[in-house]
Ligand binder design. Structure first.
Ligand code: IMP
Length: 187
């Protein structure tokens, strides 16, 4: 184990099992919502770069329904001085009016990023917007947003890495999700 890792929170097997459950649940819900129309207007899963890439890659393969994939990148700057300032770094390349959108995120912390993104996407008149996040880290939430699908809830304010999540761009390739030592985030 890397020496900056404090402890493993979710193992590779636990993540795989939960992702399979989520994929089945989300697929059933869209089948109910869309019925026959699902093959004409498949839901569009929008992965947020870069943290959600690994989660989306596994989730998409756990969804036995027609599905399209797209990616966006957002950055928040001056988070401490001006919370909520979220900038679109890479936008969608296709119009989404009338489409069923599934935002796929790695972790929701304050909720600012997703509050901003859902507002931005709703202004483009999609048929629906749902959110699927691998992790719901609850202690620092400042914006109330409806999370339709949650992989795991984190009731503690730990900084976590692995399975796509980074600290300073490192650790994304760990197959498990782990808490980073506090000493690692201070340097
Ligand atoms: P929010 O806007 O405060 O909800 O922040 C969401 C974004 O912050 C996520 O997409 C991550 O990029 C980042 N983030 C928040 N907490 C963590 C963490 O524990 N590990 C890695 N990234 C995190």
């Amino acid at each position: 184990m890397h020496n900056e890792i404090e402890r493993i929170l979710f193992t590779e097997d636990q993540i795989a099992a939960r992702v399979r459950e989520l994929g089945q649940q989300i697929s059933r819900d869209y089948e109910q919502l869309l019925g026959e129309r699902i093959s004409h207007e498949p839901p569009l899963a929008i992965g947020l770069l870069r943290g959600a890439v690994i989660f989306l890659a596994d989730l998409a393969r756990a969804m036995p329904i027609p599905l399209e994939l797209a990616f966006m990148a957002l950055s928040s700057y001056g988070r401490s001085t001006s919370p909520g300032e979220v900038r679109v770094v890479k936008d969608l390349e296709i119009p989404v009016a009338g489409r069923h959108l599934l935002i796929v995120e790695d972790i929701v912390d304050t909720g600012q990023t997703l509050a901003h993104l859902t507002e931005l996407l709703r202004a483009r008149h999609p048929a629906s917007v749902k959110i699927c996040t691998l992790l719901d880290k609850t202690p620092r939430r400042t914006r109330s947003i409806k999370l339709d699908y949650v992989g795991f809830t984190l009731p503690e304010d730990a900084f976590v890495v692995g399975y796509g999540l980074d600290y300073a761009e490192r650790y994304r390739n760990l197959p498990y999700i782990a808490a980073l030592k506090q000493s690692a985030t201070r340097s």
